[in-house]
Design a protein around this ligand. Structure first.
Ligand SMILES: Nc1ncnc2c1ncn2[C@@H]1O[C@H](COP(=O)(O)OP(=O)(O)OP(=O)(O)O)[C@@H](O)[C@H]1O
Length: 350
């Protein structure tokens, strides 16, 4: 005898609960997605972990700066995003392009149509024996664009970057800053959706750097190009909406600039640095915090009403101020609290 199976229709409540549970892919709406990126270099038998599970999302139309100490992994990240290097593990997508799964032909197409580059060394960006106009027109000619259109687009781009007067000059007749602004125009010739700039102000003084960073801001604002700029330049955060700091191959903090309107209607910009919680729940503590409290190895965590506290793992006197509080005190593994909660009156004093 066949067993009769009854298939129940899901109720509206079940369907709603199921829809709420569906979370989607990490960064599915972002233009650039780096998901747990790892890049390990092997050099003379020694392993260097340049990227150690880096997460980064960039939205379409954003202007983002990547900063970090020398050796933190900035250039490695940019090499991966620009399609020059392939990560060891993780996921990386730019627009519709899955950078882990591209053939070499697709890689060439990606670099030609989706992204533009500006490098630190001006000689890598512009051809010394071509004029400003000819430099910008060159990638257009390679793409088969007609003469008239090439010249018009070159003139427009040089104007947008404030270097229209360099149209007939060769790079040797331009300043370093002018060369870099022409380089931005060259990188934008084929209308890429994303512009990557690696230390574009590295060889410039601060006044000229300002002009180049303003050039990036202008193309972001006026042409809608998404811009990711890697830099050591401490002044960069004035020019961008978001500054992402990388430490030891991971994103560690972000500085976000927001415009606030005062009661009298005037506007002011507030920049706030926030730590980044990665997808595994990890936060990097700044070195100065670790040094100040001699935080090494194990630490105690406590979940408070509105925040999480962190203490060194040292025996604490019974009435020491600032010890882990509250009923939620726990080790990072969620084990039983080591230190009992202080009395309520002591808690109120803190
Ligand atoms: N081709 C390579 N072979 C071996 N190790 C490498 C290679 N490229 C980079 N590294 C190492 O990877 C780490 C990250 O380097 P990366 O160049 O990405 O850092 P960075 O933040 O761009 O530094 P800088 O600001 O000095 O350019 C460093 O320890 C570096 O020595």
């Amino acid at each position: 005898m066949n067993a009769v199976q009854t298939v129940e229709e899901p109720t509206l409540d079940t369907l709603e609960a199921r829809a709420r549970r569906r979370t989607g892919d990490f960064g599915e709406h972002a233009l650039i997605v780096c998901d747990s990126l790892v890049r390990i270099y092997q050099s003379e038998g020694v392993e260097v972990q340049a990227l150690q599970g880096l997460d980064l999302l960039v939205e379409d139309g954003e202007l983002v700066a990547i900063v970090g100490a020398s050796g933190s992994g900035k250039s490695t990240l940019l090499s991966v995003l620009s399609g020059l290097d392939v990560p060891t593990a993780g996921k990386v997508r730019v627009g519709p392009w899955d950078l882990m799964a591209m053939s070499s032909r697709q890689r060439v197409e990606y670099r030609r149509s989706m992204v533009g580059f500006v490098w630190q060394q001006t000689a890598r960006n512009v051809v010394p024996y071509l004029s400003g106009t000819e430099n910008v027109a060159f990638p257009l000619a390679l793409a088969g664009v007609g003469r008239k259109t090439r010249d018009r687009r070159a003139a427009e781009l040089l104007d947008v970057l404030g270097v229209g007067y360099c149209a007939d000059r060769r790079p040797g007749q331009m300043s370093g800053g002018e060369q870099q602004r022409v380089a931005i125009a060259v990188a934008l010739a084929n209308s890429p959706q994303v512009l990557f700039a690696d230390e574009p102000t590295g060889e410039l003084d601060s006044a000229t750097s300002h002009d180049v960073l303003e050039g990036l801001r202008t193309v972001n604002r006026e042409l809608g190009t998404t811009v990711v700029v890697v830099t050591h330049d401490p002044g960069v955060s004035e020019h961008v909406q978001r500054t992402v700091a990388i430490r030891d191959g991971r994103t560690s903090s972000e500085t976000v600039r927001r415009t606030h309107t005062r009661d009298d209607g005037t506007e002011h910009v507030v920049a706030e640095e926030l730590a980044v919680l990665d997808r595994a729940g990890r936060v990097q503590l700044p070195r100065e915090y670790r040094d100040a409290l001699n935080l090494v190895g194990r630490v105690r965590l406590a979940l408070e009403e509105s925040h999480v506290s962190l203490w060194p793992d040292r025996p604490m006197p019974a009435r020491a101020p600032g010890r882990p509080a509250g009923r939620h005190s726990a080790t990072p593994t969620g084990a039983v609290p080591v230190v009992p909660a202080p009395p309520a009156d002591e808690e109120a004093d803190r």
